[in-house]
Design a protein around this ligand. Sequence first.
Ligand code: MN
Length: 256
Amino acid sequence: MKRFKLFTVIALFVMAIPCNAQLTINIRYTGAKGAAKKYVKEMEESGIADRIRAVEGCLRYDYFFPADDPEGLLLIDEWADQAALDRYHASPMMGEAAALREKYELGGRQIRRFNPLAQDARAFVQTVDFSVWPQGQPNTAYAQYFTGNSYLAPMDGGVANVTFEPGCRNNWHIHHRQVQVLICVAGRGWYQEWGKPAVQLVPGTIIEIPEGAKHWHGAAADSWMQHLTFHKDVQDGASNEWLEPVSDEQYRSVRN
Ligand code: MN
């Protein structure tokens, strides 16, 4: 009887998976002179990895060393749903792990994200190679004006690279007395002006946002997106006016 109950519990759990947006994420890093192994050692011995595993909804957080790259590292993490992943991203461990990666100069970051709700559960939703355009740091200064997580990498020439996680977008906003230019460099996303249909952003898409136009920009629901941005025709008194968030209803109404 006990065995039957246990089996039922497991069966219910397995059956429940397709109903949840469970996420599997594979991240590859590369280092030099054994840095990847040293990084894993410190993640484990410091307890950071175990504290990540203890986050509610973390199903797995495991490191592996690839046979084809002695300096490489593969992290496989699984989350019950996006909310679980968001809990980790909001925790101090997110910054602690990033600081350790900086300490050991781990680079070549590539992320693959799998979603079992995709028609082919083996198909990864998207890949981002952060060795091409840097991910930068969590965009904490502007987080209050964003839905979801974004990252900011200031670059030379007054250009910034902004990375949006899947589903992340900024609030409706207006750039006064300046023209904002967006150049999509990775992934897929959307730009929308108030009252107009959304324009899809893919690598190579360039958008010139008219001065004073109410708009938002962000990632597609199933893809990361990176765009470079800079301002031109900047006049005296130029400013940004942040308005209401793009509601889920508004966001869903673009094709995504
Ligand atoms: Mn803008």
